[in-house]
Design a protein around this ligand. Structure first.
Ligand code: ATP
Length: 600
């Protein structure tokens, strides 16, 4: 089969245009990276040139992907990863609690799947082009690139503070991403899905989209950003979204494609009104990637940003190759996103993918909003909650736990400081932390911090643990984090009732009942061990402290907060008595220290 190489001239032209024009001052790094990527890519030894689209080639690509999957010597790659993505966050302003919210959820999901022994690629990052960014940079007296570097760094710093174990942080101003966007757009052009036309409408810069007048509130205001939309007329390139009406409708008719169901129904009824072609270029925004066929227009920020999910399937120092995305885990297992950006993901994105012969993501999860006084917290409205302040005042696990446990994922939720303190203290400090602490202290006082017996296999608490961990696993699988926590808290609550009922502290004082007391403590420690393992996706630091206390080979304190989690407990360890090697006579536990501080 004849393989045609991608035309590199637009990429090179873009790099050169950035280095040679006024944009150089705005984006020197992008230009250099872009040229560097181009040169190193062209110099790559094998198979790095992109192939043209067309069904024959797609079949060829799929066959070649399958072929490459045969483990043969140096070509063999690990199993395709499960791809989990957060939205790529717009860097118009610093991250806030709303930005952290889906990221904490994806982190919990990624950790859960890793515990199941699955290869995971957890992708997050920043969306850095567009008019809103250029305006924010100008307002702050920075070049757009300086602005993006700064704010993108703030996202990464916050992710580190919240123990977000991402595998790849993608920035849409990176050279590799520009190359991916160019290749993708060229394919769409070749497919005949792009045409030029004039457009007139009401534009919201906050959403970076033309709005349907029906969606607007009083005085042509965007309901999310509470700003008047601007009347604009432009000649732009349009994507033939209408051509994919049947495919998008069929996708959305599938229950599994999008959750929660009510959000899927909303989008489906919007799609049934008829998809309209959308403009994918801007004539007046220099802060973007130029159209490969017309350097006077830049690619619409949403078209560019969605492709970040594909670029991120490759490492930062690897040239992304469209023909290899399937072997890198595409289609994504799940895109997690806010309900404000559902249409882009549920309609535009699958159609764009279809245009180049790729499958839609397997699932979209559209979560609810964190609100303040009933309004969505957002960077544009400035009504945000500062996650740094919350983590500094309390701790990362408290923040993770409250938002994942206290608000049903998929629904809106208001932040309440009292409720935050009440939930975290009741469940983490008292029910779980205190249970472990008092059990270990009894063993310290009465048996040199070790157990003289193992927990029996048959016990009501063992039965409950089996039921609840199975429920928690099913809940994690469907991103029901509050359901998972709730199931696990039933174990903690029952273990507390059991210890209070048995009162081992009294039995330990009497030689005749001492062995009975130790049997109770063995059961409790076993239940706490299971909790320590099963809570890891939600509260990794606390979980690791609990497991370290029970002699798990966990990294030392302070080493927990790594982005690439070094210690991954196995979900198999949630089975009752799965670690008899650790919880057995002769093993001396560590001196008890409170695993979770009470919040004031
Ligand atoms: N209040 C919020 N509640 C829950 N998630 C949010 C909230 N705000 C932002 N997000 C998450 O961040 C994603 C991307 O948001 P974006 O980067 O546009 O930030 P934003 O704060 O909403 O910005 P703006 O206010 O300028 O629209 C959303 O789709 C959602 O997943």
């Amino acid at each position: 089969m004849r393989r045609k190489a991608t035309s590199w001239s637009p990429i090179l032209a873009y790099g050169v245009s950035l280095t040679g024009t006024e944009r150089w001052s705005a984006a020197p790094r992008t230009s250099v990276q872009l040229l560097g990527a181009f040169l190193s890519w062209r110099g790559a030894p094998d198979g790095c040139r992109c192939r043209q689209s067309g069904s024959k080639n797609v079949r060829w690509l799929k066959a070649s992907v399958r072929q490459r999957h045969q483990p043969s010597g140096a070509e063999a790659r690990p199993a395709q990863p499960l791809v989990i993505t957060t939205p790529l966050f717009y860097v118009n302003a610093a991250p806030h609690m709303g930005s952290a919210y889906p990221t904490m959820a994806c982190d919990a999901l990624a950790r859960y799947h890793r515990m199941q022994g699955r290869a995971v690629r957890f992708i997050t990052g920043t969306d850095e082009h567009g008019e809103k960014i250029a305006q924010a940079a100008a307002a702050a007296g920075r070049t757009p690139q300086e602005h993006c570097d700064l704010v993108s760094g703030e996202f990464r710093a916050l992710w580190a503070k919240l123990n977000i174990s991402y595998d790849r942080f993608i920035r849409t101003t990176s050279a590799n991403h520009a190359a991916m966007v160019m290749t993708f757009m060229e394919r769409v052009l070749q497919r005949g899905d792009i045409y030029k036309a004039s457009y007139e409408g009401l534009y919201c810069t906050g959403c970076e989209e033309y709005k349907d007048p029906k969606e607007l509130v009083e005085d042509t205001q965007c309901p999310l950003h509470l700003k008047r939309c601007e009347q604009r007329a432009e000649e732009n390139y349009f994507f033939r979204l209408s051509r994919y009406q049947a495919q998008v409708e069929a996708l959305l008719a599938n229950d599994d494609f999008m959750r929660p169901a009510e959000r899927r129904n909303e989008v489906l009824s919007w799609v049934r009104e008829g998809l309209r072609d959308f403009s994918v270029s801007r004539a007046k925004n220099p802060w973007g990637i130029p159209m490969p066929n017309d350097a006077s227009q830049t690619i619409y920020v949403w078209f560019d940003a969605l492709l970040g999910y594909l670029t991120a399937l490759f490492d930062e120092d690897e040239p992304p190759q469209l023909e290899k995305v399937e072997e890198r885990g595409w289609p994504a297992h799940v895109h997690v996103l806010g309900k404000d950006i559902t249409r882009f993901h549920a309609c535009y994105w699958p159609a764009m993918l279809h245009s180049v012969g790729l499958n839609a993501p397997q699932q979209l999860f559209s979560h609810g909003f964190l609100t303040k006084d009933g309004m969505k917290m957002g960077k544009s409205l400035g009504n945000t909650l500062d996650p740094h302040a919350l983590v500094d005042e309390f701790n990362a696990d408290a923040v993770r736990y409250y938002f994942l446990r206290g608000i049903e994922f998929g629904r809106d939720g208001d932040f309440s400081r009292d409720r935050f303190i009440q939930i975290v203290n009741a469940e983490l400090a008292n029910s779980v932390g205190n249970l472990l602490n008092r059990t270990l202290n009894l063993l310290k006082r009465h048996n040199n911090l070790s157990l003289p017996v193992v927990a029996p296999s048959a016990h009501p608490l063992a039965d409950l643990t089996r039921t609840c961990t199975a429920e928690a696993a099913a809940a994690y699988e469907k991103l029901d984090f509050s359901g998972a926590a709730e199931a696990l808290m039933r174990i903690a609550s029952e273990a507390n009732s059991f210890i209070d009922h048995e009162a081992p502290w009294t039995k330990l004082r009497n030689p005749e009942t001492k062995s009975e007391a130790f049997a109770v403590l063995a059961v409790i420690l076993e239940a706490v061990r299971v909790l320590g393992v099963a809570l890891w996706p939600l509260i990794p630091e606390t979980s690791e402290r609990m497991l370290r206390a029970l002699c798990y080979p966990v990294a030392g304190p302070g080493e927990v907060a790594s982005t690439a989690a070094a210690f991954v407990p196995s979900w198999h360890d949630t089975e009752w008595n799965a670690r008899r090697d650790l919880l057995q006579p002769g093993v001396r536990f560590r001196t008890p220290e409170p695993v979770f501080p009470r919040l004031e």
